[in-house]
Design a protein around this ligand. Structure first.
Ligand SMILES: CC(C)(COP(=O)(O)OP(=O)(O)OC[C@H]1O[C@@H](n2cnc3c(N)ncnc32)[C@H](O)[C@@H]1OP(=O)(O)O)[C@@H](O)C(=O)NCCC(=O)NCCS
Length: 192
């Protein structure tokens, strides 16, 4: 996420994380400068914040905490990603390199469109959805809050996927998936 941010011309990026040990330490080319609590206490100092946690539940919980503190959220699109001017992304979302969000699509807050993933026309994504690398949503797919679409999965057009769903890597989804189900395979079936 930090790499996408700097590529998208955010000039200074720092991390806050509860693994902070009391003094600044490197996270790759960036610095870990404080705990989550420290961010909550200083959030008004930042031009934009984005929760860079892969776990959808944890990302949403932190998004809500920061929202309560009236954080200004960054929405980051890597310069090699593309979002239609007729699509919308939720606050605190990121589109990684090669990610595409096509016309009429709407994303909820704190959503991740990962490397090379495509969200085609008129899709609707809830909050804290994660579309993993190389996954493809055909047109008019609806995905509920906190659902995770695995790497390389394909979802056929007009499908509705519930909340808290996991679609396994490489699955092909050709029927609706209810809430809180893990579905795998081709065609995707709920895991027993
Ligand atoms: C579906 C998934 C969540 C299951 O994870 P898990 O609960 O740890 O499952 P396990 O690895 O223990 O596998 C359980 C069984 O499901 C099978 N299985 C797991 N993932 C599968 C998949 N994607 N497709 C088909 N079968 C799968 C395993 O072969 C195993 O079968 P078995 O019981 O016959 O041996 C995980 O495998 C997956 O696909 N995650 C997505 C990863 C991803 O996209 N990462 C991108 C990060 S950015």
């Amino acid at each position: 996420v930090a790499d996408a941010a700097t590529s998208a011309e955010w000039d200074e990026v720092v991390f806050f994380d509860d693994r902070y040990s009391g003094s600044a330490s490197p996270v790759g080319p960036w610095n870990l400068v404080g705990s989550g609590a420290a961010l909550l206490d200083s959030v008004d100092l930042f031009a934009g914040v984005l929760v860079a946690i892969g776990n959808n539940e944890a990302r949403l919980a932190w998004y809500r905490r920061l929202h309560e503190r009236q954080a200004t959220f960054a929405t980051i699109v890597h310069p090699r990603g593309w979002v239609s001017s007729h699509a919308s992304l939720g606050a605190g979302s990121v589109v990684m390199a090669g990610g595409v969000v096509n016309i009429g699509a709407k994303g909820g807050a704190a959503t991740i469109i990962n490397t090379g993933a495509t969200v085609d026309h008129d899709c609707e994504l809830g909050e804290a959805v994660h579309i993993s690398p190389g996954a493809h949503l055909s047109g008019t797919v609806r995905i509920g809050h906190r659902s995770w679409i695995g790497a390389g999965a394909i979802v056929r057009q007009n499908i509705t996927i519930g909340c808290g769903v996991i679609i396994g890597a490489g699955a092909v989804v050709i029927s609706d998936i209810p809430d809180d189900v893990t579905a795998i395979g081709v065609p995707a079936k709920p895991r027993l």
